[in-house]
Structures are given as structure tokens and as C-alpha cells.
Design a protein around this ligand. Sequence first.
Ligand code: NAP
Ligand code: GDP
Length: 320
Amino acid sequence: MTEVANKVIIVTGGTGLVGQAIKAVVDKEEKDPNEKWIFLSSKDANLLEMEQTEAVFKKYQPTHVIHLAAMVGGLFRNLKYNLDFFRNNTLINDNVLHSAYKFKVKKVISCLSTCIFPDKTTYPINETMVHDGPPHESNFGYAYAKRMIDVQNKAYHQQHGCHFTSVIPTNIYGPHDNFNLEDAHVLPGLIHKTYLAEKNNEPLVIWGTGAPLRQFIYSHDLARLFIWVMRNYEEIDPIILSVGEEDEVSIKDVAELVVKSMDFKGKVIYDTSKSDGQFKKTASNAKLRKYLPDFKFTPIEEGIKESCDWFLKNYDIARK
Ligand code: NAP
Ligand code: GDP
């Protein structure tokens, strides 16, 4: 007799950095015959459109949704398109959450980000502080759209008893990232720039002063945590998925790790005419540690080396 999976999990944004990491971890480490995983791309459904969103829910009848699809980008893309970030992400989130309600999905896990927290705050930031004050001005469009997911989760729970929750990752990096020079986040941007500097015998130009601090999480670690949240986390309130405060590093530190991993021997310069963005957004992972005290994060040197190697090996297919 063929076994029928009792969980059907759709992953929106299944072709992206995080979606592909979840796919790799499910395939390699976390196969469960009771779970059928479906990784969606925007070609399966443009989630900006309610009709297409409903059609994809009708087709797959998911019991669980990991909602990753979003307009995403680094500091410099956010600075240019605050309106688009706000409108597109608000529309996508509303279409996905309302379809999940209509099609009686048992659990939805959406993805927020530590860059949505108040700019003026005390540190470390924790899950209770999402709505405490205005976000950093560089990415207010993205930040307010993401904050509204938390509002919707509470309201769907209160009014309809839905189990919609969210996770809050810090800066993510890994294979299948977006390596576009202008739009990328800092790590994929620096990996691509280092490749070009080496190839063209030019200096590597790092934007800003290199002083800002960030916590980076390797996409495969985040994938393992997403799978744990999908299976085990019962709260509606969000949970921060992050390395510890002691693992915060500067942009200069990560630039040096990229240089080392790619064996770049040329000159490195800082273009201080470019924005530094938010100085820091140090987050606490105490709540995560209460649930998973023994979870092991990939050391950043290792994760950066794997990301650089992936980019070099997959140069032709990498998003850039
Ligand atoms: P990504 O690599 O840029 O992937 C974005 C995904 O969203 C792609 O699969 C894309 O599909 C899909 N998508 C975009 N617009 C869509 C639309 N209109 N309809 C359907 N699908 C659409 O992003 P990521 O870095 O994996 O981010 C995943 C989640 O993590 C996002 O919610 C993001 O806000 C959050 N996050 C990211 C970071 C980070 O550092 N990257 C940090 C914190 C939180 P196609 O490729 O098929 O078009
Ligand atoms: P953020 O963490 O949301 O601010 O986003 P990013 O991942 O884009 O990181 C931005 C930080 O990295 C800022 O301090 C930038 O000045 C610095 N940075 C240095 N070089 C680059 C680059 O090539 N691309 C990007 N996106 N940021 C860079």
C-alpha cells in the first residue's frame, strides 16, 4: 500500500536562498514519509495576484505553509525602492495569509527579519520589541510591511483561531543567494565583487566604513531551525533565529573572511561615500536557546568558504 503523507507543506519563495536551503536539508537529513514538501517559484504563482495565490492553495491543499516569498534586497536596494518594498510585500503577505485562512491551513510560518526592529533601542533586541518605535530609515518600507505580518498573525488567531506564526532571522547567507552587485546583501555582494576584482586585476571596493556590526546565520542552519519551528513551535508570537550576541562581527571582519576564502591578493579599499546603514541590530537568541540549548551553528569561516566555493562552482547559474 502506498503511504499518504499527512502533512503537505508548501514553501513560498522555494527557489530563493532560504527555500533552497530548506530543500537541501529536507532531502539530505530530514526526510519524513509523513511529509510532502512542495517548493514554489513565482512561475507557479505570482503571489502579488490573489487569484493565482488561491489557485495554488486549491491545487496543493497544504496543511502547512512556510512563507518566504518576498521582495528582498540589501541596504542599497532598500534605499532606492522603499515604496515597492512596502506595497509588494504587503500584497504578497495578505494574499498568502488570507488564502491560508480560507483553505484551512493548520500552521503558517512567515519570515520577518531583525532589520525591522526599532532603530533607537536598547540591546540586545528581543521578540517583544518588534513594534516599539520607528525602524531605521533606510528600509522603512520593508520593515513596516514585515511588521504587519505579526499584526495579522495575532488578528487571525484572535478572530479565527488560526495558528499563524513567524520567525525573525538575522542576516542570512549561503548557496543560491542573490549575487547582484547593486541589489545583493553584503556577503553575496562582496563575494561577487572579489571574484571580479581578482579577474580584472582591480582593487576590491567595500562600501561604507566596514564598522557596522551584524549577526550572520548560514542558510542551512536557518533551514534546520525552520523545520524545527514547522514541527514543534506552538506560539503565535515570533521567535528570533540567530547566532549568539558573542558571534556578532563587523563588515570589515566578513570582508576579510571573503578575501581569505577566495585567496584574493589585490588591494582592498573602503568607499566611505556610501551608506553604512544601521550601525547594529544586535539580537538575543535567549528564547531559541530555551527551546534548543544544544543547537550548533556553522562557524562563519566555514559558511563563508562554502558560499564562496558555491559561487565559483555555479557561476553560470548564480543569480547576478
Ligand atoms: P530570495 O533568495 O531573494 O528569494 C525570494 C523568493 O521569493 C524567490 O523564491 C522568489 O521566486 C520569491 N518571490 C518574489 N516575488 C514573488 C512573487 N511575486 N510571487 C511569488 N514568489 C515570489 O530571498 P531569501 O533571501 O531566500 O529570503 C527569504 C525570506 O527571508 C524573505 O521573506 C526575506 O524577507 C527573509 N529574510 C531574508 C534575509 C536575508 O539576509 N536574505 C534576512 C532576514 C529575513 P522566484 O525566484 O521564482 O521569482
Ligand atoms: P543590512 O544588514 O540590512 O544593512 O543589509 P546588507 O546585507 O546590505 O549590509 C549592509 C552593510 O554592508 C552596510 O554597512 C554596507 O555599507 C556594507 N557593505 C559593504 N559592501 C557592501 C556591498 O557590496 N553590498 C551591500 N549590500 N552592502 C555592503
